[in-house]
Design a protein around this ligand. Structure first.
Ligand code: ADP
Length: 161
């Protein structure tokens, strides 16, 4: 088992920014669970199952990365898989406030699970799933920001091929 971490998020869809955090976490922890939140109030472009499938395919080369979707509280999921840490990425100051609230709430729920933040890779600091979707919708170039498989999936969603 060893040391286990969870990388939670919406991943609608996964970008190189996410993948960078997952890869770095996989070097520090023995097992990393990428967990796709199902209970988010936001209606996604991709279904949770489609998101999980895309993440599975693009993270295939990391043997210690497992992909799951989950309903309910993140802390419950962490307890279920025996994780000692939650790993999140930070892009800009604008991420900070929300992340602070999230971390405080999770700490109240279970103080033994630590939240760790990784600074974004400079190349990916301006990438978010929402921007990628917006650009893809109008046929803009996204090959530098998402893996080819995700680019294809986005084109199919927007009927661009
Ligand atoms: P959420 O809706 O929970 O914020 P996201 O899928 O948007 O889910 O993000 C999941 C995690 O990945 C978050 O910790 C977010 O900060 C991080 N993340 C997203 N994009 C990037 C990026 N370009 N660089 C670094 N971290 C990122």
């Amino acid at each position: 088992m060893g040391r286990i971490a969870v990388c939670p998020g919406s991943f609608d869809p996964i970008t190189y920014g996410h993948l960078d955090i997952i890869e770095r976490a996989s070097k520090i922890f023995d097992t990393v669970y990428v967990s796709v939140l199902k209970n988010s109030s936001k209606e996604g472009l991709f279904t949770p199952e489609e998101r999980v499938e895309l993440i599975r395919q693009v993270s295939e080369r990391y043997p210690n990365v497992e992909v799951r979707s989950f309903n309910g509280l993140l802390i419950d999921f962490c307890e279920e898989v025996g994780a000692e840490a939650i790993v999140r990425g930070l892009r800009a100051v604008s991420d900070f406030e929300y992340e602070m609230q999230l971390t405080s709430m999770n700490r109240k729920l279970n103080s033994s699970i630590e939240t760790i933040y990784m600074m974004t890779n400079n190349n990916y600091s301006f990438i978010s799933s929402s921007i990628v979707k917006e650009v893809a919708k109008y046929g803009g170039k996204i090959e530098d920001v998402v893996p080819p498989l995700v680019e294809e999936a986005l084109k199919r969603k927007f009927n661009l091929q």
